[in-house]
Ligand binder design. Sequence first.
Ligand code: URA
Length: 234
Amino acid sequence: MIRLDKYLSEATSYSRKDVRVLVKRKSITVNGAIAGTADMKVDEKNDSVSVNNTPVIYRKFIYLMLNKPQGYLSATEDDRDPVVTDLVPEELKHFSPFPVGRLDKDTEGLLLLTNDGQFDHELMSPRKNLYKRYYAELDAPAEEQDMEIFASGMEFKEFTAKPARLEIDPDDPRKVHVEIAEGKYHQVKRMCERVGKNVVFLKRVAVGGLKLDESLKCGEVRELTAEELAIFGW
Ligand code: URA
């Protein structure tokens, strides 16, 4: 059981102060009866609360999929550049979501956002061994032998990469898919450079078993479905 004002300030963009005003106006009902005070206790699981006759769905956490456009930083604030949280719809901003991991400013594609620290921790944990799949365009054709070098576990100054997968488009070997298990700084770009090619376009298309929803336009955000969350055991 939690206080009505806490319940509504967590689940909606109303502040606790707003809730007091709404109670005075008799705009809130709990199980159909007008709420008398803002500090009355409600059961988050079983009570139904409505504001202005609109039912409220109680939840504390949100899990979002963003198709990140180029030009946005994977951060919640920055003095100079736009940040990915600018793209969160107004009605979800009060949840204060943050990005799970990072994509470079010039990388597009699948980025998860949440306000659930445990979910973030779980997905970022190296023990989770979550593969990230990228589509990349290179400035020179990828070669057969590059696949072996990717699979062999490249060494970098701060880490040794787990075996990575390079798939070359047979029709255009400048187009590749790369799967990596980590998510180190500029990792895909550095791995491609190691075999003598520069990445000219990079897009993340999947994280573990979760694929980017291709119907989501660049810059669009939607909530993950229960099935998608279940992919991560959530
Ligand atoms: N690897 C990169 O080089 N950049 C990204 O944004 C993600 C992976």
